[in-house]
Design a protein around this ligand. Structure first.
Ligand code: NDP
Length: 453
């Protein structure tokens, strides 16, 4: 059979760029994965013959739709919504919904592509998808958010289902938004099924889902450190973001004896040299989710801290550990160099693709411990997968059981990365390579089994 996929890496990336004009985030995500996969499949003819990488880098479908809603002043507003269903070779599409003004088709395609590998790494039967809208929940009333969520679901419901596609939360979509969307799904379909995860505990949600992504990113960091005979205790950590992932990552660092120095939002970062302890983290959680406040207010509450505005990012603060937990491309090549120069020994990505390709190369070249988001932040989708299992079986597991499963899943992902990211003659683990190859292999082998579909 012809081996048309035998192009080189440059040729492959040129093709991805040509087919996806203006979709920079998507091209970046594919490039990062392709750099490792090309090497891995070099001598594996079947993967070439069946164009596996090319097919994974072409979403199964992208649904785009209009979302109309009425604001509190009676004005009609129009937003754009999407659901990207990237690949369902190993299970129903699964991935969050993001509401943020920066959402574009490119951002959601990159997230759905990454999600395919991440979900594979968890070992659970979940394919990759992602959705969202260019809606800004900031400054909107509860009723405005409710009307938007209902309008969004009024179209989305046709494309999702417990065995088809199971969305969850992401930036701008938390328990409140999931509640409104699930309520509308139930109303339209007259079905109570596990069509969304991250639900409230009263209506089919799972314990520890809220904490899982941030906790998981720290469990992964702990495994990387233990692998080189170190631990979190006594180390300083710089964290970006102040949402769900950032606050729970901070909480777990503190529980394990580390000291958290920073948190941030899109306006800037706060630096608290005394350390952001549990009481301060609790204040941030309430301030961000209940009061919908800004991180700059932290310094009024805790005067020992300083706020650095103008969208400043925290990577210039010297630290042992760095956890980017806000958004994509929030840590560039220069900032990566600064972290390495200041003695940072490990980076664990709570956010999706927070490091630019130049930054990734800095970390790889410096051979520091560097966990990409698709491995480090997989704890959230893992517990979402466990929420799906509980919904199917109509049971609720206890907290200890779920905590144990999360720890096991993160340890399993770490082992997979070590298996595929190690190389002969050195103890260094390339976690990016390990995650890309381990995530790819399972999906690729399932695709081979299905033939050309
Ligand atoms: P939240 O909405 O709870 O918090 C997002 C945080 O990031 C806020 O502090 C926000 O600040 C900041 N932020 C958002 N956009 C930007 C921007 N353009 N520049 C600077 N800061 C920004 O989201 P999550 O904590 O849930 O998600 C954070 C990251 O983790 C995302 O990359 C997400 O995809 C990823 N992730 C989340 C999972 C989950 O379970 N929630 C699972 C796996 C990954 P502001 O308030 O100013 O917008």
């Amino acid at each position: 059979m012809a081996t048309a996929d035998h192009v080189d890496l440059e040729g492959f990336i040129a093709g991805v760029k040509r087919r996806n004009p203006g979709q920079d985030e998507f091209v970046q995500a594919v490039q990062e994965v392709a750099e490792d996969i090309f090497d891995f499949i070099q001598d594996k003819e079947q993967y070439h013959e069946y164009q596996i990488l090319r097919r994974i880098a072409e979403p199964d479908r992208v649904v785009s739709f209009r979302v109309c809603w009425e604001d509190d002043k009676g004005a009609i507003r129009v937003q754009r919504g999407w659901r990207v269903q990237n690949n369902n070779s190993i299970g129903p599409y699964k991935g969050g919904i993001r509401f943020h003004p920066s959402v574009t088709e490119s951002v959601l395609k990159f997230l759905a592509f990454e999600q395919t590998f991440k979900n594979s790494l968890t070992g659970l039967p979940m394919g990759g998808g992602k959705g969202g809208a260019n809606f800004n929940p900031k400054g909107k009333s509860d009723h405005e958010v409710m009307r938007f969520c209902q309008s969004f679901m009024t179209e989305l419901y046709r494309h999702v289902g417990a065995d088809i596609d199971v969305p969850a939360g992401d930036i701008g979509v938390g328990a409140r938004e999931i509640g409104y969307m699930f309520g509308q799904y139930k109303r339209i379909t007259n079905q109570f099924t596990g069509v969304l995860t991250g639900k409230g505990l009263e209506f089919g949600g799972s314990l520890i889902r809220t904490e899982a992504t941030g906790y998981g990113a720290v469990y992964f960091l702990k495994s990387m450190l233990e692998n080189v005979g170190q631990g979190i205790e006594g180390k300083t950590a710089v964290i970006s973001g102040s949402g769900n992932v950032a606050t729970h990552a901070a909480e777990k660092i503190v529980q394990l004896g580390g000291k958290v120095l920073t948190l941030s939002d899109s306006e800037g970062f706060i630096h608290d040299p005394a350390g952001i302890d549990q009481a301060k983290i609790d204040w941030v959680k309430v301030h961000k989710t209940k009061r919908r406040g800004r991180i700059s207010d932290y310094v009024k509450e805790f005067p020992g801290a300083t706020f650095h505005g103008g969208g400043a990012r925290p990577w210039s603060v010297p630290c042992d550990l760095a956890l980017p937990c806000a958004t994509q491309n929030e840590l560039d090549g220069e900032e990566a160099k600064t972290l390495v120069k200041n003695g940072c020994i490990a980076v664990s990505e709570g956010a999706n693709m927070p490091t630019t390709l130049a930054g990734v190369h800095v970390f790889k070249d410096a051979k520091i411990l560097y966990a990409p988001g698709k491995a480090a932040n997989a704890g959230g989708v893992s517990v979402s997968g466990l929420e799906m299992s509980q919904n199917s079986a109509r049971i609720s597991w206890k907290e200890e059981q779920l905590q144990g499963l999360l720890v096991d899943i993160m340890a399993g992902i770490h082992s997979s990365c070590v298996e595929y990211g190690g190389s002969a003659g050195t103890k260094h683990i390339d976690y990016v390579r390990g995650a890309n190859i381990a995530g790819f292999k399972k999906v690729a082998d399932a695709m081979l089994a299905y033939g050309v579909v």
